[in-house]
Design a protein around this ligand. Structure first.
Ligand code: GDP
Ligand code: IMO
Ligand code: MG
Length: 468
């Protein structure tokens, strides 16, 4: 078990607030933590979703890790090993791509649900990595309905990107898009197929008939050999078998018993295939609705939806980014924030917080509260800018624009707030923040229209506090 300081964060507090008015909660009106923290016994369906409010890498892994202390299940509902969730505990760093962050708590069951796409080799390697860190991977549960990422998905991802040239999406090249393409074309191969060698072999052969026509003719690359792939994948079946189950039923039973379920989004709202900056998105639904479809539970099971937002914003890969900074301030955010991709090592593009996009994320997901991360990184700046609207061809947009061109060509309308220029990484309560930092948090809260529940001021478990 990775050890280190733990933060006693009452998730029951989250649950208890469910019937309260969810209008803008002024920080000065915030509920005292002691008074509102109570028993974790909630009679039915205490499920909470934690997901990214921006373009990913908001700090979801560290947030879920903190909440997971009180969860019975932590569930990944979409995406695959394109995700990179970093958790820091003491002097140990854990980077997870598929296994949900609940793996760090021995009583928590990490669930990889049916909406995910799973590269079995990566999953097994991650389980080995967890075991090497004295974590127990035997608890991991994998949906029999999750789709497999096959070698041709990785290959197609890479060659398609190469052929797109300067129009490329900048994918992680993990085969995510092609795996979801096959899923929706109804030609995908699912985890359960691994346990029926005849069907598995026939599905691989059928898929390769198509793939091997395309690879040489369209992408000028070598065809792939089916036998090797079948041998490799059937070789994974034995190790995966004890983990495979009906995860929808598992969660349903848990919810009925009053167990606490935490859904861990990967990527972020603006990378959602339906609601993000298409086509510069991932191929799944990280948004709150995706948690339901991707895990096979109904909407009434969800109690809280927590949006994780960085105090500034970043994006990896291509696509529009109105507040992107191409100057030394952006460079400073990247360096101080360690903004390099966990999966690909790519330098993340950085910019000022975009409140138009944040309000959009609040709307799409019906966030009940926000978790604001990396406030400490902004300590380096004299003035903190926040985009409150976009201006394009004489028009001012306060709502996320319908036409993507606006996102490319608009001028953000900034509000300038004074910086605090002092180290806040040791703050453990809202009141310990300098007034300028408090004003910044309050400004975001007012504009977003939902309470900021928590703020973090460093990557470690203890470097955060509850606000409201
Ligand atoms: P995720 O994909 O949303 O889980 O985020 P990543 O793990 O890819 O990126 C977030 C990075 O920021 C990780 O390296 C975290 O350790 C780090 N981090 C998270 N919260 C904070 C914070 O409040 N302050 C600082 N300085 N780093 C943080
Ligand atoms: P976490 O969970 C940031 C981006 C890629 C690319 C686009 C499509 O760590 O926040 P894909 O491989 O999914 O087809 O790539 O989505 N992307 C992410 N960006 N964080 C992630 O995950 C991402 N997962 C995918 O960079 O622009
Ligand atoms: Mg990440």
């Amino acid at each position: 078990m990775v050890d280190g300081p733990t933060v006693h964060l009452e998730i029951s507090h989250v649950l208890k607030l469910r019937n309260h008015d969810r209008g803008v909660l002024k920080l000065s009106d915030r509920l005292p933590t002691e008074a509102s923290a109570g028993s974790a016994s909630v009679s039915a369906m205490p499920a909470t979703v934690v997901l990214g409010a921006q373009w990913g890498d908001e700090g979801k892994g560290r947030v879920v890790d903190v909440f997971a202390e009180h969860a019975d299940f932590v569930v990944r509902y979409q995406g695959g090993n394109n995700a990179g969730h970093t958790i820091i505990v003491g002097n140990q760093k854990l980077a997870l791509s598929l296994i949900p962050s609940g793996i760090l708590y021995p009583n928590c069951i990490p669930v990889i649900a049916s909406g995910t796409v799973v590269d079995p080799k990566v999953l097994l390697a991650e389980m080995d990595m967890a075991a090497a860190k004295s974590l127990d991977p035997s608890r991991v549960r994998l949906s029999a309905n999750a789709h497999l990422i096959m070698p041709w998905h990785r290959k197609l991802d890479a060659v398609k990107e190469r052929y797109l040239g300067r129009n490329q999406i900048g994918t992680t090249r993990k085969g995510i898009g092609p795996a979801y393409t096959d899923k929706y074309a109804r030609t995908g191969i699912r985890v359960q197929d691994l346990f029926d060698p005849k069907i598995f072999t026939s599905k691989v052969q059928t898929a390769l008939e198509d793939v091997n026509r395309i690879l040489p003719r369209v992408y000028n690359t070598l065809p792939m050999a089916g036998e090797e792939i079948v041998d490799e994948y059937l070789g994974y079946a034995e190790r995966l078998e004890p983990h495979v189950t009906d995860t929808s039923l598992l969660l349903w039973e848990g919810l009925r018993e009053g167990k606490q379920v935490l859904f861990e989004g990967a990527q972020g709202t603006l990378l959602d295939v339906d609601h993000g900056t298409y086509p510069f998105v991932t191929s799944s639904n990280p948004t709150a609705g995706g948690a339901l479809v991707g895990s096979g539970i109904g909407p009434k099971a969800i109690d809280e939806i927590i949006g994780v937002a960085k105090a500034y914003i970043s994006r990896v890969g291509t696509g529009p980014f109105p507040t992107e900074l191409h100057d030394e301030i952006g460079d400073k955010m990247i360096e101080l924030g360690g903004e390099y991709g966990t999966v690909t090592g790519r330098r993340r593009r950085c910019g000022w917080l975009d409140l138009v996009a944040l309000r959009y994320a609040v709307r799409i997901n019906t966030f009940t509260r926000l978790f604001l991360t990396k406030l400490d990184i902004l300590s380096a700046f004299d003035t903190i800018r926040v985009a409150v609207a976009y201006r394009y061809e004489g028009e001012t947009f306060t709502e996320f624009p319908r036409q993507q061109r606006v996102l490319y060509e608009c001028e953000p309308v900034y509000e300038d707030l004074p910086g605090w220029r002092t180290d806040i990484s040791g703050a453990r309560s809202f009141d310990e923040l300098p007034p300028e930092a408090r004003a910044y948090v309050e400004f975001i809260q007012e504009s977003a229209g939902v309470p900021i529940g928590w703020v973090s001021v460093g990557p470690e478990r203890s470097q955060m506090f509850e606000v409201s």
